[in-house]
Design a protein around this ligand. Structure first.
Ligand code: ADP
Length: 319
């Protein structure tokens, strides 16, 4: 292993820059030539590759987004596209590739490794939807963004004695809604992992009114959807004024939290070590506080175990 390249792919997440910084600086420290690839797999195919020194990653640990840009690339889904990418990497004398992204990007990395390029993935996605790892980079920052928005919405909902519905990101995985709801003291959360009965929400709102509650907060994961419709229905059934807010891409931005910066630095270091150990088609993660690395296909096939305990506790605390 003489030269390693790093790219970011798929949806961006705060903390990706901290991971790039760690990969580049650890690699340089170990005597490797470090390269950056712009625009994910698309830039790889197009040869958008450049050398990175320590200064290239200066002043980025605190920044959201990714200095390497990110992209989605249809061509890379084809064997022909991947052969081109592997060829470009050989032209630049690159033996190993660090891919910072989500499950789609990892599938691409596993397939690329079959073409003689050693690959390792770092989980960068706000959704926390990768089951082999307890946390993905960006999740904690997104959660704090949600919390900040929820606190503000609570102020105005309190003043007007309204119901406030907040839609947060998470298509297949409701972790942002679940943990955001827990931390924000939401009365109800709707997540794709759990069936729900709208009557239960209405009943809680009626009961809350009689108990003297001045507002009611509902968090809805994007994967459940129907947020605006739900707001109308709540108003119709309960007679309580209801406002819906869809947070959207705000959750993808912002300065990464200390947790995400530290996680990204630790994962970046491990990713370089994995490649130096001669391994390929691996992903790094964190389990019970320890940094781990796992085979990509194994990692992507792990069943998701929903945290019922946290869900039930959240419901108890909110009733
Ligand atoms: P994420 O990595 O955040 O899950 P995507 O699913 O959009 O984001 O994947 C990012 C990129 O990874 C895609 O644009 C594509 O280039 C590549 N990719 C995704 N799925 C595959 C696949 N099944 N085979 C090969 N490449 C893939």
């Amino acid at each position: 292993m003489r030269s390693i390249a790093v790219l970011t792919s798929g949806g961006d997440a705060p903390g990706m820059n901290a991971a790039i910084r760690a990969v580049v600086r650890i690699g340089l420290e170990k005597g490797l030539k470090m390269m950056g690839v712009n625009r994910g797999y698309s830039g790889l195919i197009n040869g958008e590759i450049f050398e990175m020194n320590r200064g290239a990653v200066a002043e980025i640990i605190q920044k959201g987004g990714t200095i390497l840009k990110t992209a989605r690339c249809e061509e890379f889904r084809t064997q022909e596209g991947r052969l081109k990418a592997a060829r470009v990497l050989k032209v630049f004398g690159i033996d190993g590739l660090v891919v910072i992204g989500g499950d789609g990007s990892f599938t691409g990395a596993a397939l690329l490794s079959e073409l003689g390029i050693a690959t390792v993935g770092i989980p960068g996605t706000i959704d926390n939807d990768l089951c082999y790892t307890d946390y993905t980079i960006g999740f904690d920052t997104a959660l704090n963004t949600v919390l900040d928005a929820v606190n503000k919405l609570r102020d105005t909902a309190n003043s007007h004695e309204r119901v406030s519905i907040v839609e947060v990101m998470g298509r297949g995985c409701g972790d942002i809604a679940l943990y955001g709801g827990l931390a924000g003291g939401a009365e109800s959360i709707l997540i794709p992992e759990k069936d729900f009965d709208k009557n239960e929400i209405y009943k809680k709102i009626f009961e809350g009114k009689f108990k003297g509650k001045i507002h009611h907060l509902v968090l809805v994961a994007e994967g459940v959807g129907g947020t605006n419709e739900l707001a109308k229905e709540i108003e119709e059934v309960t007679g309580v004024e209801t406002r819906a807010t869809i947070l959207g891409h705000i959750q993808r931005g912002g300065n990464p939290t200390a947790f995400d910066r530290i996680l990204a630095s630790r994962m970046g270091e491990r990713a370089v070590d994995v490649l130096l150990e001669g391994k390929s088609s691996r992903v790094v993660g964190i389990k019970h506080g320890e940094i781990i690395d796992v085979d990509i296909k194994e990692a992507l096939n792990m069943p998701r175990i929903f945290n019922e305990k946290i869900y039930n506790m959240m419901r108890t605390l909110s009733s």
